[in-house]
Design a protein around this ligand. Structure first.
Ligand code: A3D
Length: 320
């Protein structure tokens, strides 16, 4: 079987980390693409020179031309600008929308059969615009945010309870903004839903509320510490989990920004929902049962996503 080809559109902090993980895991040949000259070539060469150390039989190449992503099986998009301290994800909309247009057209022309994972912020609006600009089927374009937000939630729960992250299933759904919805009733530690954990004295309600709040603000916490950019190790690992589920037809159910057509009462928007990812892309959306309070939080977050998509349409009249 021929090796798979993974195109990383954007070779900055997340792009470079994606290349590293993809090479170590031997997921396939990697093309690092960027508009900056030298950056993708330098990272590709540095990483290629590391492959003999861990015996990874993949090639890595840097590129500034879309022709080089031709035939990619997976494209992971991080092109654009990240947040600086004091910025919200939404502040990035105008500049990153233009980037999505160029990237979408490049993918359409050279890798129309790829499974595309968008990471660029503001995520739910950018993945919507990327699907529009690329014209790829909606099931072949998804956004990465929920795996990261849920992983942060799981880590904080592990830190508090002392239970291994391996036995924690945490879910964060809806949009990737401050109104994201960590799912308290559906998340479990050692099989126990979080409200049970509080009942059994593992943590107080106040401590659980603080973890939920820290999860919502997890991206900002890293931005404030780094000062020069945003998180990249955890975002890269999260996107790789999604890419692997597609490439290996694992059919994992992962929280992903998927195109909703009636699920959860959402029509025509990308929002974070549990998504079965396999060889056909986003194959199925799993619908959790929401109580009224959860549905209300979800709706508030979806409204914020709808507002950003409307802003995209106002900026670029080719979007409908
Ligand atoms: P950074 O290290 O700045 O890399 C971005 C790269 O994109 C740079 O190398 C740029 O040269 C390149 N670029 C800019 N315009 C283009 C273009 N038109 N075509 C190709 N490449 C271009 O940023 P990063 O890697 O830290 O973050 C990338 C994006 O991910 C940002 O928008 C972040 O906000 C976002 N992000 C999202 C999450 C989510 O969970 C959704 C988490 C962390 C970061």
């Amino acid at each position: 079987m021929a090796r798979k080809k993974i195109a990383l559109i954007g070779s900055g902090m997340i792009g470079g980390t994606l290349a590293h993980v993809a090479a170590r895991e031997e997921l396939g040949d990697v093309v690092l693409f960027d508009i900056a000259e030298g950056l993708p070539q330098g990272k590709a060469l540095d990483l290629a020179e590391s492959t003999p150390v861990y015996n990874s039989s993949v090639s890595l190449k840097g590129a500034n031309a879309y022709e080089d992503i031709a035939g990619a099986d997976v494209c992971i998009v991080t092109a654009g600008v990240p947040r600086k301290p004091g910025m919200s994800r939404d502040d990035l909309l105008g500049i990153n929308l233009k980037v999505m247009k160029a990237v979408g057209e490049g993918i359409k022309a050279h890798a129309p059969n790829a499974f595309v994972i968008c990471i660029t912020n503001p995520l739910d609006a950018m993945v919507w615009a990327l699907q529009q600009f690329s014209g790829l089927p909606a099931n072949k374009v998804v956004g990465m945010a929920g795996v990261l937000d849920s992983s942060r939630f799981a880590y904080f729960l592990s830190e508090k309870t002392g239970v291994s992250v391996a036995d924690i299933h945490a879910w964060t759904l809806a949009g990737h903004g401050d109104s994201m919805v960590p799912m308290v009733r559906h998340s479990t530690v050692g099989g126990l839903p979080l409200p049970q954990l509080v009942k059994q004295g593992w943590m107080t309600q106040e401590e659980l509320d603080a973890i939920v709040d820290r999860t919502r603000k997890g991206g900002g916490e890293i931005v404030a510490l780094l000062k020069t950019g945003s998180a990249y190790y955890a975002p890269a690992e999260s996107a790789i989990a999604m890419a692997k589920s597609y490439l290996k037809d694992q059919k994992r159910v992962l929280p992903a920004a998927a195109f909703c057509q009636g699920e959860y009462g959402v029509d025509g928007l990308y929002v974070g929902v549990p998504t079965l990812i396999g060889a056909e892309g986003a194959e199925k959306i799993v619908e959790f049962d929401f109580n009224d309070a959860e549905q209300e939080m979800f709706n508030t977050s979806v409204e914020a996503v709808g507002g950003l998509v409307d802003a995209c349409k106002d900026i670029d009249s080719s979007l409908k």
